[in-house]
Design a protein around this ligand. Structure first.
Ligand SMILES: Cc1cc2nc3c(=O)[nH]c(=O)nc-3n(C[C@H](O)[C@H](O)[C@H](O)COP(=O)(O)OP(=O)(O)OC[C@H]3O[C@@H](n4cnc5c(N)ncnc54)[C@H](O)[C@@H]3O)c2cc1C
Length: 492
């Protein structure tokens, strides 16, 4: 039977990022997808700070930063009255500001990186069954069987892997029907930002999409589903456009793509079942308001990749895999809660809720301090695993579990470099001398010694995902930490 170390099911952003992360650690990987080829449909179009950072660490940012629009803003209106404009500002210079770029382009750079790392997606291969044994998982595909030591279900919201593993996905629908169309429109709407209109019957959004001629728009609106045959999406949007925006002159033409979808909020009750793990939309779905879905999935993938690499290579006990859920599920809970609250606020059910939205809450987002907060929250750069099994709530910051920002440092030959450039496939020992490297030998080849430009006595051990693992000066304490980390998947 065909076999591999890790089988990744699903070549969306989460599966591709996971596969790149595993390959960076030299883990043999196969990636299968039921689709005949890459998706060209229109989905996510904002990559927030954390997503930019992760792609960069994976060597998969490519030229996205040059191609994308950096200044991202959205203006909210009631008819032609502008209530507020939210601008997603710059973080850490321009490096980590959000990028307006399509999911299809992001997937393309990830696939390219994966190919460089020696793996290509196997298209047209659908997983239909799986069985776990003590030493691995047998996946049934439409065209045969494949055995893997571990299997990652990155197969999206309707995950077959999740269902076959008996993992519940509790939650509720939030919005019954959204209309979406990528089109050209005859109007003079400002293309430097997105626009959203609040109307008593619902919302209407117009987002500029990057295209060769730079003249495409994504239009979105919520509607009440009707019984019987559904009217054409574009016909409905053409009717809603003047009603909700007050722009009676705007005419939709040249339709590139349409879709309708429901919005649910759901969270898997666990992320691991034996040798099967869930990643991305397979584990959590929520409202697209705030553009968090793809970003959260890419973050899941980075968190899991180095842990699965250590376990698959026999360098750590399988208990380490439980830290993936312990660190990532609380974040998904936050994302589901916040996106639900934002969506309900925007939909404002009833006249009182509409007054609160239009006169109190929305104008507040004009304040610079609120905009900085919105940018920071959306970026996910604040994510910490301090409260998780590998973290610590005590001591000076950064504490174990905290994200370590990109720092100037020198490599083992004294050449200037940046911390995050060295991570991704590697751990970093940021220390005045390389003494601790020997202690870290059980982690394998993937550890680099870096000297910080800011002199300090302490050593910092930084995980491949840029979170602090350990800090201190005592090598014996580092050895004890490593022992517990590898054998129990926790630290004290
Ligand atoms: C309109 C819209 C706008 C959005 N905007 C944003 C945004 O701006 N920012 C953001 O972060 N997120 C956004 N999202 C969410 C984002 O698109 C998803 O969170 C993201 O696609 C999830 O990635 P994934 O890799 O987990 O799953 P998916 O992208 O769904 O990929 C799953 C893959 O698995 C494959 N697959 C499924 N079943 C099987 C099987 N049995 N066997 C083999 N292969 C299988 C599928 O073919 C697919 O390629 C938006 C979503 C929508 C609908």
């Amino acid at each position: 039977m065909d076999s591999t170390n890790v089988l990744v099911v699903g070549a969306g952003p989460a599966g591709l990022a996971l596969a790149c992360g595993l390959r960076e650690h030299d883990v043999p990987v196969r990636v299968i997808d039921q689709a005949a080829g890459p998706a060209t449909t229109s989905r996510a179009n904002i990559l927030h700070g954390r997503g930019v950072e992760v792609l960069n660490r994976l060597g998969a940012l490519g030229d996205l930063s040059d191609r994308a629009q950096h200044a991202i803003s959205i203006s909210y209106y009631v008819a032609d009255k502008r209530l507020a404009t939210v601008s997603f500002g710059k973080i850490e210079g321009k490096q980590l500001s959000a990028l307006l770029v399509s999911q299809a382009e992001i997937e393309a750079v990830l696939r390219q990186r994966l190919a460089e790392l020696g793996c290509n997606v196997e298209w047209g291969r659908e997983l239909t069954g799986l069985a776990q044994q003590p030493d691995g998982v047998t996946a049934t595909l439409q065209d045969g069987e494949l055995h893997a030591d571990y299997l990652a279900g990155c197969d999206g919201a309707h995950s077959t892997v999740r269902k076959l593993s008996g993992i519940d996905f509790p939650g509720v629908p939030l919005i019954d029907q959204w209309l979406l169309a990528d089109v050209r429109v005859d109007w003079d709407l400002d293309r430097t930002g997105s626009s959203g209109w609040f109307h008593r019957d619902g919302l209407f959004f117009a987002m500029p999409m990057r295209s060769a001629e730079n003249d495409t728009w994504r239009l979105m609106a919520d509607v009440r589903p009707t019984d019987g045959e559904q009217p054409d999406v574009v016909d409905q949007l053409q009717q809603l456009l003047p009603e909700r925006t007050g722009r009676t002159d705007a005419k939709i033409r040249d339709v590139a793509w349409t879709s309708t979808f429901r919005i649910h909020r759901r969270l898997a009750d666990r992320y691991r079942e034996g040798r099967v793990l869930l990643v991305g939309d397979a584990a959590h779905i929520h409202s697209p308001f705030g553009g968090q879905g793809m970003n959260t999935g890419i973050g899941d993938a980075e968190n899991l990749a180095w842990k699965l690499a250590l376990v698959a290579q026999g360098r750590a006990d399988a208990a380490l895999l439980d830290t993936y859920q312990a660190e990532r599920r609380p974040l998904a809970e936050d994302v589901v809660r916040n996106t639900t609250a934002n969506t309900k606020l925007m939909l404002a059910d009833g006249p009182v809720a509409r007054i609160v939205r239009d006169r109190l809450i929305t104008p507040l987002v004009n304040l610079k301090v609120v905009q900085r907060r919105v940018t920071w929250i959306a970026s996910q750069l604040w994510v910490t695993y301090r409260k998780g099994p590998l973290g610590s709530g005590k001591g000076p910051r950064p504490r174990p579990g905290d994200r370590v920002p990109d720092l100037d440092c020198r490599d083992d030959r004294g050449r200037p470099t940046r911390l995050h450039t060295e991570l991704g496939g590697k751990w970093a020992l940021l220390a005045p001398t390389a003494t601790g490297l020997e202690t870290l030998a059980p982690l394998g080849e993937h550890v680099v010694h870096l000297t910080p430009d800011q002199p300090r006595q302490e050593s910092w051990l930084i995980r491949p995902d840029a979170h602090l693992a350990w800090r201190g000066t005592d090598q014996r304490a580092l050895a004890r930490w490593l022992d517990e980390f590898r054998s129990n998947g926790r630290t004290t």
